[in-house]
Write a protein that binds this ligand. Structure first.
Ligand SMILES: [Zn+2]
Length: 502
């Protein structure tokens, strides 16, 4: 069995003055978390302990009891009578932040040491501990009771006392087959919501290697991510090579045009004011607008990819590694745009991996080398060109390809996605055919075949950060249900994303 975590988001209905109580409750939670962060800074060794042991150690340092009448740093100085479960939730929040901060600091020290040892100068600034705390209060058991599908009773700090408050809940109901975690009281603008992590168990999909090497009918969805009009092109194919369906997810031009406009405005504003204050983000509103739309598109595109894969009962999702960002030349808006388009590809991958995992699919990445230049049918080098031009040479980013060797003709991005899928199969078939005695040899064998076994191929299979709850987007696009041949015309399957632009 495997587990998937999602977040159930519910809106709360409460009396108007309760909103101030929730805010006071959150402020106190952050004050206590910040306090514990300081305690940890003063006793760094705590971080060598497990969370459970660290909790005990931190309580001993701060919590006054009969057995422990004079703790080193008493929490009472902030407020007396903080409920134990409130304190523990804040301690865990502080521990999480502290672990992350110290691991970044350690990595930074290592990089510094390494660079200085080489006799080079080290300019990177060290990570800083959080300057302000803005965490949402997690409600451990004991801080809430009587949870029903439309109401819950919460214990909150009102600013002057601890009080039980009954609030109404609207939104999705708790699924009956899922296990519920501790809810958190979250503010969205002026509205307070309850977010509850829920864990679902499902039959775990077999390892990719096993699926690929033992069943030739295993279906994969291979995805080519682009920064041109087709943000993603997906093909469904079986391990033995039958192509079952293709889907084009468009909207690239629209998002690029939107970004270009906003970046142009930012450049214009900067020229007007002349200076950019250090450590201060300029044009906050415009940047937020870009960020928001990028994020939304990444969620939409990843949801579509997973939905398409699910419709065709695929169990594996394949992408190519993104490689490094090649800095574009030209105007500020153009450079900024291509940088953001590149980041968005990374985000689409990350979200798709999550959403796929929650549907019981595993995700992998393959070597991106020449995926656009190789013929999916015979693996020769392709000619790439635009409609109306002569089919020869290689025009970067053009939409059509022709294989001079086997005559295959078709859409360039679709060809690339087919090649991506085939690479995954090649990787595992190579390694199973010549089953190597050592992992080192395995890597060499694969490299000889032109496919690099990715270092993180194994850990790629399961997502590492719980980021979920956005997979419920509606489908406006169309997908081809019948098998397509490479030389068929594909212009009949455009699929545009609707953007909430301006
Ligand atoms: Zn060919």
């Amino acid at each position: 069995m495997a587990k998937a975590t999602t977040t159930l988001k519910q809106v709360l209905n409460y009396q108007p003055d309760h909103s101030a109580w929730f805010a006071a409750n959150q402020a106190l939670f952050n004050q206590v978390a910040a306090f514990y962060f300081e305690v940890i800074q003063a006793h760094e060794k705590v971080l060598d302990l497990s969370n459970k042991e660290a909790l005990t150690a931190l309580e001993k340092l701060t919590h006054t009891t009969q057995k422990n009448p004079t703790p080193v740093m008493p929490l009472e100085e902030i407020l007396e009578d903080i409920p134990a479960m409130f304190r523990r939730a804040a301690i865990h929040a502080a521990l999480g932040s502290a672990r992350s901060f110290y691991s970044h600091l350690q990595k930074w020290r290592k990089r510094k040491e390494k660079t200085l040892a080489k006799g080079k100068k080290f300019h990177e600034r060290p990570p800083v501990p959080p300057r302000s705390w803005n965490k949402s209060a997690t409600l451990y058991r004991g801080m809430w009771k009587e949870r029903a599908h439309n109401s819950i009773v919460l214990k909150v700090w009102t600013g002057t006392c601890w009080s039980w408050v009954k609030v109404r809940i609207t939104g999705r109901e708790l699924p009956s087959d899922a296990e519920m975690g501790s809810p958190a009281l979250i503010r969205h603008g002026n509205q307070w919501c309850l977010h509850t992590p829920i864990e679902k168990q499902f039959k775990s999909p077999g390892k990719i290697e096993k699926q690929v090497t033992t069943n030739a009918q295993t279906k994969m969805c291979a995805v080519d991510l682009n920064i041109n009009e087709n943000l993603a092109v997906c093909t469904i194919q079986t391990v033995e090579g039958t192509i079952l369906a293709t889907k084009f997810i468009g909207g690239g031009k629209e998002i690029s045009g939107f970004r270009k406009k906003q970046l142009g405005r930012i450049a214009h504003n900067r020229r007007k004011t002349g200076i950019i204050a250090e450590n201060e983000q300029d044009n906050v509103h415009l940047w937020n607008k870009i960020r928001h739309v990028d994020e939304q598109i990444a969620h939409l595109v990843s949801a579509r990819i997973v939905q398409f894969a699910k419709q065709h009962d695929t169990t594996i999702l394949v992408f190519e590694h993104l490689g490094n960002l090649k800095p574009a030349k030209g105007k500020y808006s153009h450079r900024g745009n291509s940088k953001r388009a590149f980041w968005m590809k990374g985000r689409i991958f990350k979200y798709a991996k999550y959403k796929a995992y929650n549907e019981g699919m595993l995700t992998s990445r393959v070597n991106p080398r020449n995926t656009s230049r190789e013929c999916a049918r015979c693996h020769s080098l392709l000619a790439r060109y635009e409609e109306g031009q002569e089919a020869q040479g290689y025009m970067y980013g053009a939409s059509l390809v022709l294989c001079p060797t086997c005559g295959m003709k078709g859409n360039a991005d679709r060809n690339a996605s087919l090649v991506i899928g085939q690479r995954l199969v090649t990787r595992y078939q190579q390694s199973s055919k010549e089953k190597p005695p050592t992992p080192l040899l395995a890597e060499r064998v694969s490299r000889d075949a032109g496919v690099v076994v990715s270092q993180d191929a194994k850990c790629e299979e399961e997502p590492s950060i719980p980021q979920t709850g956005h997979g419920d987007t509606n489908e406006h696009g169309t997908a081809q249900d019948r098998p397509l041949r490479m030389d068929e015309h594909l212009s009949d399957i455009p699929c545009h994303l609707r953007l909430p632009l301006e």
